[in-house]
Ligand binder design. Sequence first.
Ligand SMILES: [Fe+2]
Length: 218
Amino acid sequence: MRIEGNYKDDGYATIRGLIPPEVAANLFRQIELDLSAAGKSFDTFAKPHPLSKKQTIDISGHFYRPLTTFLWGLTPIVSELTGADLLPSYDYFRIYGKDDICRVHSDRPSCEHSVSLTLVYSDGVPWPLEVGSVPVKGEGPCVDDFGDEPFTAVEMQPGDAVLYRGIDLRHGRMTPNPNQWSAHLFLFWVERGGPFEQHAFDEQRLRSELKRVSNLDV
Ligand SMILES: [Fe+2]
């Protein structure tokens, strides 16, 4: 693992090799196999997303518990990287299709410390995450670009991650996805004793995810 940047000063840093690329590839494969064994596929989870132009495939850790275990297991290392005493909030797996984007936005309060981890690019072409430089106050509307705000585009290989302050710094993927599809894991933590501690384990989202899944009858 190699860290590029200064998380404390800049609000984001690149973590090269947060997990081995083989683990990233096999996590993806494991999800695919488990879905298949349950008579489902990624398409079961396709839905429109306000930040994207196309449908994305989203699987919450609240629904697929191995993802929650993955989040919990990364807690000590992300605590070390942030220099904060963290509790896990929630995570989700997402597949973006070709030419899709993620509009520029900031995150909800359960995303105090956020990690965007690249798992697989179908065509092996890095698709950068862009992170802004001016802290915002609270969740704002999602927009197509950063306007005048300077931003940094971070390219990741599978297994690489960007650690960023999701509430404070706007972020997105403005360039269309050059791959047929790409698979990512997004993971979130809050600080023990901090202003967002009530979002630890994200009970509210857990209840809404379980309700949504039961409505889907999957
Ligand atoms: Fe976000």
